[in-house]
Write a protein that binds this ligand. Structure first.
Ligand SMILES: Cc1cc2nc3c(=O)[nH]c(=O)nc-3n(C[C@H](O)[C@H](O)[C@H](O)COP(=O)(O)OP(=O)(O)OC[C@H]3O[C@@H](n4cnc5c(N)ncnc54)[C@H](O)[C@@H]3O)c2cc1C
Length: 182
């Protein structure tokens, strides 16, 4: 669950993400909403008030995601940015950061170089960061979204331990801030 403010900075907004496999979506939608709400309240009792606002399944959107992998993000006269270039699981929450960085890098390349060179410069400049985040996301997704419960304990142990080791904490913070490979 994520709290934020609207663009006018006054209205408080809450986003609730419930992660399930796409092939379970129809089954989940066929269940009474109260069963789902009771499950959430058992995990996060603070959610009870917010959940009262959800009265029908139509208020809940199904957001899909998939992996898009490329080794280069341009061809002559064609360039890819954002999810079209590198959609990935929202595991590290970097999709918007990466898309904005793509846009600013492309703008700088177009400003400095002729089109024939600018797109190749853009692909080259984005390679390190995009490769790092797509591999890190792909590597972490099975740990966080697997159906195999046996992974939960090692995951908790590893990440709880790593956060107390300064070099690992430094690397994890930079990763979550979108700074690696800038
Ligand atoms: C469940 C979920 C949670 C996420 N959480 C986070 C997060 O916490 N932090 C984060 O940074 N990122 C998150 N992301 C990823 C983030 O949403 C994307 O990386 C980001 O929106 C990519 O921006 P984009 O502009 O490339 O693509 P989009 O935001 O998908 O924009 C593409 C636009 O093009 C439009 N379009 C498509 N086809 C056509 C067409 N033929 N003609 C005209 N228009 C068209 C679409 O309607 C859309 O408006 C999440 C994604 C999902 C699915």
């Amino acid at each position: 669950m994520m709290e934020s403010r609207g663009l006018d900075q006054t209205e408080a907004l809450t986003s609730l993400f419930w992660s399930i496999r796409l092939d379970q979506d129809a089954r989940w939608r066929a269940e009474p909403l109260d069963v789902w709400k009771a499950r959430i309240v058992s995990l996060v009792p603070q959610a009870e008030g917010w959940l009262q606002q959800i009265e029908t399944g139509d208020q809940i959107l199904t957001a899909r995601y998939g992996d898009v992998r490329q080794w280069s993000w341009h061809k002559e006269g064609l360039v890819l940015l954002g999810d079209a270039a590198h959609a990935m699981s929202p595991q590290l929450g970097q999709g918007v950061n990466l898309a904005l960085r793509d846009a600013s890098t492309l703008a700088q390349c177009l400003e400095r170089y002729p089109m024939s060179e600018a797109l190749a410069r853009y692909s080259a400049a984005r390679r390190l960061q995009l490769t790092y985040y797509s591999w890190a996301t792909r590597g972490l997704t099975p740990l966080f979204q697997s159906d195999f419960d046996g992974l939960a304990l090692p995951r908790r142990w590893v990440f709880r331990t790593l956060q107390h080791l300064p070099p690992a904490r430094w690397a994890m913070t930079r990763t979550m801030a979108g700074w690696v490979g800038r």
